[in-house]
Ligand binder design. Sequence first.
Ligand code: PLP
Ligand code: ZN
Length: 442
Amino acid sequence: MNYDAHFRCSEGCDENYPLNEVVYRCTKCHGLLEVQHDMNALKQRKADDWKSLFEKRYMRTQYPYGSGVWGKKELVCPTLDNENIVSMYEGGTNLFWAERLGAQLGLPDLWIKQCGNSHTGSFKDLGMTVLVSMVKQIIADGGDIRAVMCASTGDTSASLAAYASAAGIPAIILLPKAKVTREQLIQPIANGAMTLSLETDFDGCMAIVQKLAARKDFYLANSINSIRIEGQKTISIEIVQQFDWEVPDWVIIPGGNLGNVSALGLGFLMMLELGIIDKLPRIACAQAERANPLYRSYRTGFTEFRAITAQPTQATAIQIGNPVSIHRAIRTLKQFDGIVDQASEEELADAAARADRTGLFNCPHTGVALAVLIKMIERRQIHPDERVIVISTANGLKFPDFKVGYHHVAPGEPPPRYLNAPVELPADYDGVLQKISAHLDT
Ligand SMILES: *Cc1c(COP(=O)(O)O)cnc(C)c1O
Ligand SMILES: [Zn+2]
């Protein structure tokens, strides 16, 4: 069977472009593009046959199909030649049963999708493998692309740099100066990407990179490029697969530029159309209170949207005031009976630390989603018998200052709720034993 896919205008124009064309917006109306698959061809295969095909490949050794993304190649990017695929075995991440946290919250069926257990430590790898593979194919076919580039809050750049260097393609990274962690900054540097540290915020970097990408020989890797969304949508497929094809009741997703909300929505819609599932979950998007343009729009029933200047937040990867995928995200939330909520700095830090006490090691963005989960349970928006998936977007190890800062009492400030500060004492057996005993007795 020959499967096909192309770009089409997401605002309803009749415009179509091949996936190997360097184009990000509709040339008629300037709307974002989306990937349209040949659904009729895909429907020729029965739902049960799709399921068994995906299961047969999942985390096995046949390159590239063992990857969680490329095991679903027909639904992701069927027009790529396997020899151009740049894969690092992405996906296949643990769906952590949050047994103890769920018990504390009165929600026994609570699961955390650990998307940060990935090559560069965030879910961005899922989309970047598709994008860089497409660039490799364009170059192999004689296309003139001199570099791939992106603006980033730290994770997109790490991912782009890794995949580009694996493919031998030059990468240019635009970062807001002093607004990403040391760990995120060193990733593209180590991978040999040209790393530009600009005196602005993410939205400022985004404005510049979009201008640069008007040149056809610079390929833009931000999520404005909907080819990345195709890889990210496998998160939904993988979650359902991990539950033997049962659909959860809720998915809670931290949102910044809002590509991932749309991506997860797309994954579910595609499975529904192919008969792989027979209902949709509800989606909740979680924003930091200091970077909450979608939440503000939600409060108006999505009748209004205004870009804002995002304030500094510990959830640096979602410190975005003018999200590129705002229209797609609003459409997704309407289709999924969605809600949007926000978390304050204290709420997100406490939620992350509380969950850490039950075996996790959460990044601040996952903290935002967990804080929203707790509020939804308290408001009885989520019922005790519902199955809830929280999308954990990055590995906590990329955010050590967030975690160290939490477990450290600043003089004159009240200790945080889940503080576990290191105990300093002399190297003396009796003293050590006394401390341990006192600790275990409390
Ligand atoms: C990119 C990112 C997000 C936000 O995803 P969007 O698609 O921009 O909404 C959240 N958390 C982490 C860790 C990220 O890297
Ligand atoms: Zn258009």
